[in-house]
Design a protein around this ligand. Structure first.
Ligand SMILES: [Zn+2]
Length: 440
């Protein structure tokens, strides 16, 4: 059962402000948080002093660009309490993420920080159609990871019946879903797919035997194709939710039932898009690195935190009535970025073109070189063995289609080489898609 396309809004006084009013509120809150950081956190004071900036120089959002950035390495270096801007006795919660190497990163929350985070997730659930009549099954992990507790707090705040299943134990998840009549689901998109497939394998018809209507899925990047799959398998509306421990947890941004980008909770964070190389601010509508400044956080506020996630921010009004800007799906990480002929190029942009063309498989190799002081870009693409017709004109058509789309999406021209099916190297781990032969 799909959620009726209602546009309930939990806090219209903040979610539907005029753009001028949002900007003014952000300016007021920014001034306070900058002073708080300067007075309490040594590395922020040192960095601002090094730039010759005093808190009173920051008058509003337009001055954000003068402030120093914060990186994940700062959280590691200052682990665990070096970035606290409140006395330790005011901290009521620690959340964190394990990270793959070395020390974890942790964030400290005051009671007010927990309340703000709870409000953000509650807004997300309401935007996905949630009300106090709902039964919300939370299958994110509970613990230091923010997914479980975040969704739990948000669901409780809207008065829904909250079912803290945590992750794993799929058979029991499905039994509880059926017996309790869960109407909403909070988990990772990959787990939602797995649940859906298992439900289908068990011969359960979600339309007849389950009451699910929608879900908030996040904690990993996913695609429109995956949305389609989850919606079909579970017969629900699948909404995206974004967040990170450094900023609050899930709920920093969320999709409404229009499903056209995630509304950013701009009364609590200021988003910026920057060029990851020059660190200059870019206008909304341009792809770049997402940067957040928290403006209401007390325990461990962040000035210009670099997420390394690449996306576009859309400031157009949304049909749901919210006036907050929306971030598009994460299309890549700055770590993967190449600069070719002065243009920032992401493998994910090239991949998006290749999957949209018929006759080729989603296997490719990007080869960058420098000939006569000019960067060259070649993309080798595997033909799809199954629906492949090998007449010369067909090949020419495919090549031209890819070349034209690459030019329009990436902004530079590339040489397209079609190669035989299954001829490019396969790897068991992370696929190697780029060979850069330039001597820098
Ligand atoms: Zn909306």
């Amino acid at each position: 059962m799909k959620a009726p396309k209602t546009h309930n809004i939990l806090s219209p006084e903040y979610e539907c402000m005029s753009r001028d009013a949002i900007r003014q509120l952000q300016g007021e809150r920014l001034r306070k948080v900058v002073k708080r950081e300067y007075d309490n956190v040594p590395i922020y004071r040192e960095r601002m002093d090094a730039k010759g900036i005093k808190p009173e120089d920051i008058k509003g959002v337009e001055d954000l660009r003068y402030l120093p950035f914060t990186n994940k390495t700062d959280l590691r270096d200052e682990f665990p309490f070096g970035l606290l801007a409140a006395p330790k006795s005011e901290i009521v919660r620690i959340q964190g993420s394990s990270g793959t190497t070395g020390k974890p990163i942790v964030s400290g929350y005051t009671q007010n920080d927990v309340d703000v985070w709870t409000e953000m997730v509650a807004r997300a659930l309401v935007a996905a159609g949630g009300t106090k009549e709902d039964i919300v099954q939370v299958c994110y992990g509970y613990g230091l990871f923010t997914g479980g507790l975040g969704a739990h707090q948000g669901a409780t705040k809207i008065g829904a019946m909250t079912v803290p299943m945590s992750s794993g134990n799929t058979q029991r998840q499905i039994m509880m879903m059926k017996e309790l009549g869960s109407t909403m689901l909070c988990c990772t998109p990959s787990y939602a797919t797995y649940l859906g497939e298992t439900i289908r394998d068990m011969g359960i018809d979600p339309k007849k035997e389950l009451k699910l209507k929608s879900g908030c899925f996040g904690a990993e990047p996913w695609s429109e194709e995956m949305r389609g799959k989850i919606e079909e398998l579970l017969d629900i509306d699948a909404c995206d939710i974004y967040g990170l421990t450094e900023i609050a947890g899930p709920g920093v941004a969320f999709e409404c039932l229009e499903k056209k980008g995630m509304h950013i909770n701009e009364d609590h964070v200021i988003p910026e898009i920057i060029d990851p190389v020059t660190e200059e601010q870019l206008p909304y509508g341009t792809a770049g690195e997402l940067v957040f400044t928290t403006i209401t956080k007390e325990g461990m506020p962040m000035l210009r935190y670099r997420t390394h996630d690449i996306c576009v921010i859309n400031a157009e009004p949304c049909a749901c009535g919210r006036t907050t800007v929306r971030m598009g799906r994460i299309t890549g990480r700055t770590d993967d970025m190449m600069v070719i002929r002065g243009v920032n190029v992401f493998p994910s942009q090239i991949e998006s073109v290749i999957v949209s063309v018929k006759g080729v498989a989603p296997f490719y190799m990007i080869i960058v070189d420098r000939v006569n002081y000019t960067d060259t870009l070649e993309i080798q693409v595997e033909l799809d063995g199954e629906n492949f017709s090998d007449t010369v004109s067909d090949l020419e058509k495919i090549r031209n289609e890819i070349a034209e789309k690459i030019k329009s999406v990436v902004g530079i021209s590339a040489k397209i080489t079609l190669v035989n099916a299954k001829s490019l190297p396969r790897s068991e781990g992370k696929a190697k898609r780029v060979i850069d032969n330039r001597k820098i």
